[in-house]
Design a protein around this ligand. Sequence first.
Ligand SMILES: Nc1nc2c(ncn2[C@@H]2O[C@H](COP(=O)(O)OP(=O)(O)OP(=O)(O)O)[C@@H](O)[C@H]2O)c(=O)[nH]1
Ligand SMILES: [Mg+2]
Ligand SMILES: [Zn+2]
Length: 326
Amino acid sequence: MTPSDGPRRARVLAQYPDRWLVQPTGDGGSGPLLVPARGRLRDERTGPPVTGDWVDLDEAGAIAHIHDRAGTIVRRAAGSATTGQVLAANVDLALVVEPLPDPNVRRAERLVALAAAGGVAGALVLTKADRADDGDERAVTLARHLGVPDGVAVSAPSGEGVAILRTLLVPGETAVLLGPSGAGKSTLANALLGTDRQATSDVRAADDRGRHTTVTRELLTLPHGALLIDTPGIREIGVWDDGTAGFTDIDELAAGCRFADCAHDGEPGCAVAAGVDPGRLADWHKLRREQAWVDDRRAASRERERRGRSYSRLQREARKIKGGGA
Ligand SMILES: Nc1nc2c(ncn2[C@@H]2O[C@H](COP(=O)(O)OP(=O)(O)OP(=O)(O)O)[C@@H](O)[C@H]2O)c(=O)[nH]1
Ligand SMILES: [Mg+2]
Ligand SMILES: [Zn+2]
């Protein structure tokens, strides 16, 4: 405990099974600590602490409170319709990472939407620029397609683009790297750090896929004072809330459709169909359907909970009445 009054504030740097690496703030002079969390935090709305969280430590040094989160990356937990998983908290910028020469546009769209749903701005990073000759141009074009202001092509071997990317990372603000395994997220983190801190490994020769080298989400402090979260490659990008957030081009065009309730699904006079790339519109429909399914499952689960609660209340009351009558 610090000599000052009140709980000690800290930022979560990394999460491990049942332990969190935290950096206490203030001039207590302490380095990072590996601490447990009070069990009740698990039952709260926030779920357990995650990388990027601001927390309070109690006298025993355990995480006792999670501060309200601003800017979150939340996906649907893998294999579940009714649980959200917060991947990172208090994030200012999502760096959506795709490798050249074949960036996956659909995947990038999903990640931009996921970030936008959590109130996080996006920027596009195309890695492995040494594997294409028009990386810069493609980064700019794809960023425009995604509706994000910045698109940068970077190459780790040559260092191309790294300085430009650094200018997007504001000292004191937190960015998160999001993208598939093998895209070069950790390699990029190392380039920005100026040291080989993060483990990396080559992609499988047969199919160019990554090996899921990074296994924890980790908050790193860059030399110029910006904060960066390196993450494991995302396998499943299931939407959780507001799945089509970030498709602002579609929202804007929709105002020009002939029918006010246009579903942008082949109706005559559809301004969206006329103005948006068909692949992007197809992805939007897919995300909408997925979100509707998730909303439905979540509503059903809430309804089950509600009925369970009123059933146990009925049972309690029935017991009381019986007890009173005896
Ligand atoms: N040619 C080329 N290869 C790169 C570049 N950046 C990364 N790589 C290679 O891509 C492979 C995967 O890089 P990682 O940094 O481990 O990828 P990652 O995105 O962190 O992957 P996970 O941790 O598994 O999610 C490594 O062999 C890197 O050397 C680049 O700019 N150019
Ligand atoms: Mg990695
Ligand atoms: Zn329409």
